[in-house]
Ligand binder design. Structure first.
Ligand SMILES: Nc1ncnc2c1ncn2[C@@H]1O[C@H](COP(=O)(O)OP(=O)(O)OP(=O)(O)O)[C@@H](O)[C@H]1O
Ligand SMILES: [Mg+2]
Length: 273
C-alpha cells in the first residue's frame, strides 16, 4: 500500500489555525527574479503537527518566514485564526506575538543563564522577574534541563542549547510553533532523543507546529501530515498523511508502514531531480 496522499490542501479538521492562500514570494536580485514560493495553498488545523520537506533552495525557509511574520509576501494571504497576518507589507504585531520560532541555530544570549534565556520573551513583555523566572524554571524542567537553570550556553551541548531555544519559544505559550531545521546540527542519537522530547512537549502543550526538516524519517516520525515542496519555483508538490498512531516511539521506524512512507517520499523527491 502506498502512502495516502491528501490532495486537498485543507486539513481534515475544520478548526483551522493557519490558512495560506496563493502565497507568493519573489526575490529580485542583480541576477534577476527568483520565484522562491509560488502559489502555495495550505491549511493547518489546531493541534496539528505539519512537517515540511524538499530539496535545498525549494523555499521552505521563505514560506516559514512569511507564516512567522518575518518576511512580507509578494502576494497572497496568510491567516492565523482567521485574521490576516500581512496587510500592505506590514505585519499584524498582535498576531506575531502569539507565535514561537525555533531556528537551526539556538541563538541564545551567551551572557544569560538558561533560565534567563528562556525568560527573555517574557521579560520583553514586561512580566515581573519572579513570575518569569518561575515560569522559565518550569519550562527548563519540561525540556529536560532541570538542574541546569543557572548554566550558561557555553556549558551546554548542542542538543541542550536547542532545548533551551524550544523552551524559550514555548515561554509565551504560542498558538503556533514554527521550527526551521531545529535539529539539523545534532548527531543522530541526540536528534532521536529530541524528536521524542518534542513529541512529548507538543502533546503536553497541545501546540500547533510547522516543522521544516531535511530528514525524511524525522518528518514522518513527527508529522501528522508531510508537505513536500518542489523547487524552481517553490511549490507544494504533495501532501502525505502519516496514518500511524501517536504518540510514536523510536521502534516505529522499523515498522513496515513507516518504511513504506519513507520509500514513497524518497521516490517522489528523487523524481524532482
Ligand atoms: N533574501 C533573499 N534574497 C534573494 N534570494 C533569496 C533570499 N532568500 C532566499 N532566496 C532564494 O529563494 C530560494 C528559496 O530559499 P529558501 O532559503 O527558502 O530555501 P530552503 O528550502 O529553506 O533551502 P534549505 O533547505 O537549503 O534551507 C532560493 O533560490 C534562495 O536562493
Ligand atoms: Mg531553509
Amino acid at each position: 500500500m502506498a502512502a495516502s496522499p491528501a490532495t486537498a490542501p485543507t486539513a481534515p479538521n475544520a478548526d483551522i489555525r493557519v490558512k495560506i492562500d496563493r502565497l507568493n514570494k519573489d526575490f529580485r536580485t542583480s541576477r534577476g527574479v527568483t520565484n522562491a514560493v509560488k502559489d502555495v495553498d495550505l491549511a493547518v488545523a489546531r493541534g496539528e503537527f505539519v512537517t515540511m520537506v524538499g530539496r535545498s533552495g525549494c523555499g521552505k525557509t521563505t514560506l516559514l518566514r512569511m507564516i512567522g511574520g518575518l518576511l512580507a509576501p509578494t502576494s497572497g494571504s496568510v491567516q492565523i485564526d482567521g485574521k490576516e497576518l500581512w496587510r500592505g507589507g506590514r505585519v499584524d504585531s498582535a498576531a506575531i506575538s502569539r507565535l514561537g520560532f525555533v531556528f537551526q541555530e539556538s541563538n541564545l544570549l551567551p551572557w544569560f543563564t538558561v533560565v534567563d534565556n528562556i525568560a527573555l520573551p517574557l521579560k520583553l513583555r514586561g512580566v515581573p522577574k519572579v513570575a518569569r523566572r518561575a515560569r522559565a524554571t518550569e519550562l527548563a524542567g519540561l525540556v529536560g534541563l532541570g538542574g541546569f537553570e543557572r548554566s550558561y550556553p557555553r556549558q551546554l551541548s548542542g542538543g541542550m542549547r536547542q532545548r533551551v531555544a524550544i523552551a524559550r519559544a514555548l515561554s509565551t505559550e504560542p498558538d503556533l510553533l514554527l521550527m526551521d531545521e531545529p535539529f539539523g546540527a545534532l548527531d543522530a542519537l541526540t536528534r532521536e532523543r529530541m524528536n521524542l522530547e518534542l513529541q512529548r512537549i507538543v502533546g503536553e502543550t497541545s501546540s500547533t507546529v510547522v516543522f521544516v526538516t531535511h530528514d525524511i524519517p524525522e518528518a514522518i516520525f513527527l508529522g501528522d501530515r508531510i508537505v513536500q515542496m518542489s523547487p524552481r519555483p517553490g511549490r507544494v508538490s504533495d501532501i502525505v498523511e502519516v496514518d500511524i498512531a501517536k504518540p510514536r516511539d523510536i521502534a516505529v521506524q522499523t515498522e513496515a508502514r513507516f518504511n513504506e512512507i519513507v520509500r514513497d517520499l524518497r521516490t517522489k523527491l528523487d523524481r524532482e531531480d
